[in-house]
Design a protein around this ligand. Structure first.
Ligand SMILES: Nc1ncnc2c1ncn2[C@@H]1O[C@H](COP(=O)(O)OP(=O)(O)OP(=O)(O)O)[C@@H](O)[C@H]1O
Ligand SMILES: [Mg+2]
Ligand SMILES: [Zn+2]
Length: 152
């Protein structure tokens, strides 16, 4: 029998294969915080993916994600799949993808960087490593990882 951890949803989005521990960061990226919630959200953390592997899952009823939101999720959960649920079935499945250049999603950790000044330029980073995601600032050359702490 198939194990049922949360109720099936009729319409919405299932973000599956999130790196375990990142579900709450995914919610934050999507702007899902206490007072803004308008539909049912289910979060499963540290559930079995494969034998010996763990994942988090986020299920959002009645909402499909914008491409820009999917790009943000890629930065903290590069293995995630975005499943669009329509009438209880998986209507579309998309894999997230880390872009070559990350623009405007992450802030630079260097307080002296021009992007943190009073005349802020849009942030821009190149990807120097994917696992763990490591970015290099186009403006000040600062290299940073632990990107979940710097998502704008
Ligand atoms: N109606 C639904 N309500 C809630 N969750 C659903 C619904 N349909 C599918 N899911 C969940 O969405 C995810 C993707 O479903 P799918 O049937 O494609 O599973 P899968 O074949 O294991 O996919 P994958 O290979 O991406 O792991 C799974 O976590 C599944 O439990
Ligand atoms: Mg699966
Ligand atoms: Zn910088």
């Amino acid at each position: 029998m198939k194990e049922l951890k949360v109720q099936p949803i009729r319409n919405g989005t299932v973000i599956d294969h999130i790196e375990t521990g990142m579900a709450l960061n995914v919610l934050r990226i999507l702007g899902i915080t206490g007072e803004s919630i308008k539909s049912t959200i289910s979060v499963a953390m540290h559930v079995r993916s494969k034998k010996e592997e763990w994942k988090d899952i986020v299920k959002i009823e009645d909402r499909e994600l914008y491409a820009k939101e999917v790009d943000r999720i890629a930065l903290i959960a590069p293995r995630a799949t975005i499943n669009i649920i329509r009438d209880f079935n998986v209507a579309e499945k998309r894999k997230v993808r880390i872009p070559e250049v990350v623009r405007g999603i992450v802030r630079c950790s260097n307080p002296n960087c021009i992007t943190n000044s009073n005349e802020p330029a849009e942030t821009q980073f190149s990807v120097v490593r994917e696992r763990p995601l490591t970015l290099k600032c186009h403006y000040c050359d600062r290299v940073q990882s632990r990107i979940e702490e710097y998502i704008l």
